[in-house]
Design a protein around this ligand. Structure first.
Ligand SMILES: [Zn+2]
Length: 426
């Protein structure tokens, strides 16, 4: 495959990309034609590496309304509601919903997902289902699983044993939820136990951590400490960290430096954090997203996750990582050119780094995985939630979409509006 005339996220225009053997062989303007290689006209659109979601819950996705909807809109009612749904789950419906979501993901150019999977169920039904789904989707989507003790590692009976069983079965990342344990001390103890388990088994850690408006929820401090103590630098992720929004600036300035030192990685979940947090506030209402610009400025790798789609916690969503990035841009007020580009990176390269994806990126020698977006730059892609014209993995076209076009009929002058005409220049 030879794709002619595309622009790249770094601003290069008029590039051709040659793909052979599932890899990118060359990127340059006006590459010579190669016999037997199919040519595609990129029409100057943006070729991006695929979207990556570093934080998701595939076991709960697309279950909205079962058995009822979340009335208060809080994290805690969501957890209770998921607890009502769990005994009703079957292997078949779990697989079916997860596979449907993976179809949505591919159509949106989302080709790698890190999903937490609840291990607080004796039967480990969701673990079995998602391990099966991981194999099924392997030819077109990288699914990484995190053993997640949703009801608390120490709070829920048998959770630690179930978590170990899930790891034995092939789940590859150790999860946790210290802020949901019964006491602060148990939260601390759970972090220690889980990090030791990861160190023993040579695994990565990705914990739901401090997903709260409580400025006293400071478990990430312990997570950074245990990361250092056990030599897990670069292998540990703190997800959510929403309490960091509410701590005082002095403490944040000390903490962020410690996180950078431990090479902790961070996932913010803008759609969910803005929805679930601040629910006990009157006005002003806190935004409840972690301190993204400050973490990035300190050199911490920050990705954005979708977290939920149509489940007990969230009634919206469509596997669109541009929507996630756009919400992140708004909530964190990352409106400078550099800030907007950083938001695009947060759903592409930063998440790929966080998940340790090999061969990711638009460069010679990398996997031929990419998405052609109906936009002329990452900033425009964010603004227009650009159409995914072409989704390619290992040089194979997985999905195609027609350009988004409106046919206008105004004052008897029929016209076609290419959505990209909604731009200020060009
Ligand atoms: Zn989550």
């Amino acid at each position: 495959m030879l794709i002619r005339n595309v622009c790249l996220p770094d601003g290069r225009q008029g590039q051709d990309v040659l793909v052979q053997g599932g890899c990118i062989k060359a990127i340059a303007p006006q590459l010579p034609a190669v016999e037997g290689v199919q040519e595609l006209d990129g029409q100057g659109w943006l070729l991006s590496p695929p979207f990556v979601d570093a934080h998701f819950h595939l076991d709960a996705a697309l279950s909205y309304g079962q058995p009822r909807v979340n009335q208060s809109g809080t994290l805690l009612e969501g957890i209770a509601l998921w607890g009502e749904l769990k005994p009703l789950l079957t292997q078949e419906t779990l697989v079916e919903r997860a596979l449907s979501y993976c179809d949505w993901a591919v159509a949106k150019g989302l080709l790698a997902i890190r999903s937490h999977v609840d291990v607080c169920d004796e039967r480990l039904l969701a673990v079995e289902a998602l391990l099966h789904v991981r194999e099924r989707v392997k030819p077109y989507l990288d699914l990484q699983l995190v053993a997640f003790p949703q009801d608390g590692l120490l709070r829920a009976p048998g959770a630690l044993e179930n978590l170990k069983r899930a790891l034995d079965m092939g789940v590859e990342v150790v999860g946790g939820i210290p802020h949901f344990e019964r006491t602060y001390e148990q939260g601390t103890q759970s972090i220690k136990l889980l990090c030791e388990l990861a160190a023993e088994r040579g695994l990565a850690v990705d914990m739901h951590c401090d997903e709260s408006d409580d400025p006293a929820s400071r478990h990430v401090e312990t997570l950074a400490f245990e990361t250092q103590r056990l030599g897990l630098q670069g292998r540990v992720t703190g997800s959510h960290l929403t309490s960091l929004h509410s701590v005082d600036n002095y403490y944040a300035s000390k903490l962020i430096a410690l996180m950078a030192e431990a090479r902790l990685q961070v996932v913010a979940n803008p759609l969910i954090n803005i929805t679930l947090q601040g629910r006990h506030d009157s006005y002003p209402k806190r935004r409840g997203m972690t301190r993204v610009p400050e973490l990035l400025a300190a050199g911490v790798n920050v990705g954005f996750g979708h977290d939920c789609v149509l489940d007990p916690w969230y009634s919206q969503g469509s596997a669109d990582m541009l929507e996630v990035a756009s919400m992140g841009l708004h909530v964190a007020q990352m409106t400078s050119q550099a800030g907007m580009h950083a938001c695009f990176d947060a759903v592409t390269v930063n998440n790929a780094r966080l998940m340790g994806l090999a061969g990711y990126g638009l460069e010679v020698g990398a996997n031929a995985d990419f998405v052609l977006l109906q936009a002329r730059s990452p900033v425009e892609a964010l603004r227009l939630r650009a159409q995914r014209l072409l989704v390619v993995r290992r040089g194979q076209v997985l999905s195609r979409c027609e350009p988004s076009t409106a046919r206008l009929s105004l004052d008897g002058r029929p016209a076609t509006l290419d959505w990209t005409l909604a731009q200020t220049s060009k």
